[in-house]
Design a protein around this ligand. Structure first.
Ligand code: IVH
Length: 677
């Protein structure tokens, strides 16, 4: 072939391929099949290989990448690449509109609204219609030269349409991003290779564009959309809307007309925002709001700019939303109350301006319901300041999933066995577990428990952090020397604390029980238990059936008690406490009540009472230093038989327990004056 013929063929091939690229990547309406396209492309590449001197930078063959770079070179932008002020509330967009009207002294402002693409901003330079340079935004003044990488993006024209009115020099701004489906396919490929997946499409786009080896970029499915002319060698179209249309005429990809709107008022902008937000999940790419721009260019100029953002545009963002990332690991954290919480360790991702690398999975049921496993792709969400959570799993076609997550059967912190309460798992080693120790001691020392004055949060934290308290029992081993070393302690305060620790050694059983912090056993239940049993040992040895015969004690409480006692760590600590001098006064009777003739007696009621409510009867019994039990045993002192007594009366007879009528009970307890007649 003659040289001129070769050149003519090269030009024809390039034009043809460019046209098909434009139809396929920008217009979305291909005219030829993939194989017809490949055929043309191969012919071009072979011809250029035979005649390397005829290769031009705007040839479609250049999209496959260039030799790797040493580093990305910094380049100054021709015009500063500004950022946008962002807002989320409707009231803020109204305020923006008011500001525009005020400054422009006009009652009507027309706005052009378009999607805010969630990718990375680039500067694209065309000289005489040929793409000559492209850079990332960088700090807004200087960016990184990514020209060779940008050339690999098929929707980016390397040559603009030879249209009349093509400027000699043009700088446009656009966004490079990745479609969601392409992102997932890419990540699948990366994972199969054993490499680290990208956390979200934005990171994938950024990582792909900022490559030293553009042949890698060439394999990444990036797209670009242009939305601003930054500099033009001739006069600009008079509105933003026309500016976009002009860019399209030159062959540049612009936001889809169905996704942008010319709005005659701010209310139309708000409506557009809502519409766009509601269909956000149906879009094949991520957007995080709409950009609202004053349409008239002369008004834009009048409004001017602030130091880093234009006054005439605003990013009207959507409510904070979910980001896609990957679960790298699922760990279990133990809270102050012993609850085991599965936590997903994530590939760090930014959600609403905050980088998130952990998200709570709440509990085992939630993990199962959402079916979250290691390596899964998930959406994380952050609403206000709450702990980020995993909203849902994003199924990736063809993915290889790992095994379902299982809760451990031993506490990851202290090795104690794990108990279960519905969906919740908890460490039963409450008195020894490092994760729970601060909480456990604070609770033990609190007012309604052992009431150790001076043993508050700050002191407890120091004791645990400095290793002075490794278990609950250690507080009874503290010396003055230990205490004076703590922050905020002097001789006197140390003495006072030791004194209140010593005083706490004589403790009523209900307070001690409550102080142990057994799940489900608060003040009220502790009182019931203390009333029902005369010693801690009795509780320790009670089986669930026995416990559940007590009014108000159901399976949850009894299971919790049994789990607590069956953890040897807990029993050891209780024994140590007793060895260190803690004396648990049994039953409800303490102090004055111990002097009563009824102290230590047990009453059981059966049948209806005419002159007392059950509560009144119980209070009367307790005031007398005795207690009310709900079941009859050999140890029962009296069974009070009211109207229509139940089987307890029979049991009393069998066991030879003294049986009282309501009247006898009233006079015995000293409540005869209650008007029994
Ligand atoms: S206009 C001077 N239009 O949003 C005006 N920006 O938060 C400059 N962005 O850094 C920006 N879609 O990367 C504009 N349709 C759009 C946009 C858009 C996405 C990005 C842009 C900018 C960021 C500002």
């Amino acid at each position: 072939m003659a040289h001129a013929d070769i050149l003519a063929r090269l030009i024809a091939l390039r034009d043809e391929i460019r046209r098909h690229d434009y139809l396929y990547y920008v217009q979305n309406r291909p005219e030829v099949s993939d194989s017809q396209y490949d055929h043309l492309f191969r012919e071009l590449v072979e011809l250029e290989q035979a005649h390397p001197e005829l290769v031009t930078p705007d040839s479609p063959s250049q999209r496959v990448g260039a030799p790797p770079l040493e580093a990305l070179v910094k380049v100054p932008h021709e015009q500063p690449m500004l950022s946008l002020d962002s807002i989320v509330a409707q009231s803020e967009v109204q305020a923006f509109d008011q500001r525009m009207k005020r400054e422009l002294e006009t009652p009507f402002v027309e706005y052009s609204a378009e999607p805010k693409f969630d990718g990375l901003s680039v500067e694209l330079m065309y000289d005489h219609g040929v793409f000559t340079r492209g850079a990332t935004r960088g700090d807004g003044t200087t960016g990184e030269d990514v020209t060779v990488n940008l050339r690999t993006i098929r929707s980016l024209p390397l040559q603009l349409h030879a249209q009349s009115g093509l400027p000699d020099h043009l700088v446009v701004r656009g966004e490079v991003y990745m479609r969601l489906d392409d992102f997932q396919t890419l990540n699948r490929r990366i994972i199969e290779r054993g490499d680290d997946a990208f956390a979200n499409p934005r990171n994938a786009a950024s990582g792909s564009l900022r490559q030293l080896d553009s042949t890698i970029t060439a394999t990444r499915p990036l797209v670009v959309t242009c939305y601003e002319i930054m500099s033009l060698s001739k006069s600009l179209p008079s509105t933003h809307w026309d500016e976009l249309e002009t860019l399209a005429l030159w062959g540049l990809p612009i936001p889809d007309p169905a996704r942008r709107r010319l709005c005659a008022s701010i209310d139309e902008v708000t409506a557009f925002h809502h519409e766009t937000e509601s269909m956000r999940d149906q879009l094949p790419y991520e957007i995080d709001g709409v950009v609202v721009k004053v349409n008239r260019r002369d008004w834009q100029d009048r409004l001017g700019m602030k130091s880093r953002s234009p006054r005439w545009a605003i990013a009207y963002k959507f409510t904070p939303r979910k980001e896609i990332t990957i679960v790298e690991k699922i760990v279990v954290s133990v809270g102050r109350t012993g609850t085991l919480t599965p936590v997903a360790l994530l590939k760090p991702v930014e959600v609403g301006g905050v980088t998130i690398s952990r998200a709570t999975l709440h509990n085992a049921d939630e993990v199962a319901r959402k079916d979250i496993r290691v390596n899964d792709t998930v959406k994380v969400e952050r609403a206000g300041d709450v702990i980020p959570a995993i909203a849902e799993r994003v199924p990736v076609p063809g993915e290889q999933r790992s095994d379902p997550f299982l809760m451990p059967d031993h506490c990851p912190v202290c090795g104690s066995s794990v108990g279960r309460e519905g969906a919740y798992f908890y460490c039963t080693g409450q008195l020894v577990c490092g994760a729970q120790l601060k909480g456990a001691i604070e609770h033990f020392a609190s007012k309604h428990a052992l009431n150790i004055e001076g043993l508050g949060k700050k002191t407890v934290a120091q004791l645990v952090d400095q290793g002075l308290a490794r278990s609950l029992a250690d507080i009874y081993l503290l010396t003055k020397d230990d205490l004076v070393k703590l922050e905020g302690f002097a001789d006197r305060s140390a003495t006072l604390l030791l004194k209140s620790i010593a005083e706490s050694k004589a403790v009523p059983m209900d307070r001690f029980l409550m102080g142990l912090g057994i799940r489900q056993v608060g003040q009220h239940i502790a009182k019931i238990l203390a009333r029902e049993f005369w010693s801690l040992d009795e509780i320790l040895s009670a089986d669930p059936e026995r416990l559940q015969r007590i009014r108000e004690i159901g399976p949850e409480i009894s299971n919790s008690l049994v789990a607590y006692w069956s953890e040897p760590h807990n029993r050891e600590v209780i024994e140590q406490l007793q060895e260190l001098g803690v004396q648990i006064a049994s039953g409800a009777g303490t102090g004055d009540q111990m002097q009563s003739p009824h102290a230590g007696k047990t009453f059981v009621f059966t049948g209806g009472l005419d002159h007392f409510t059950r509560d009144e009867a119980q209070r009367a019994v307790e005031t007398a230093g005795a207690r009310v039990a709900s079941s009859v045993s050999k140890k029962t002192s009296y069974v009070v038989a009211g109207r229509d007594p139940g089987s307890k009366l029979e049991q009393a007879r069998t066991l030879g327990v003294t049986i009282l009528t309501e009247q006898q009970f009233a006079s015995l307890i000293g409540k005869g004056e209650k008007g029994l007649s």
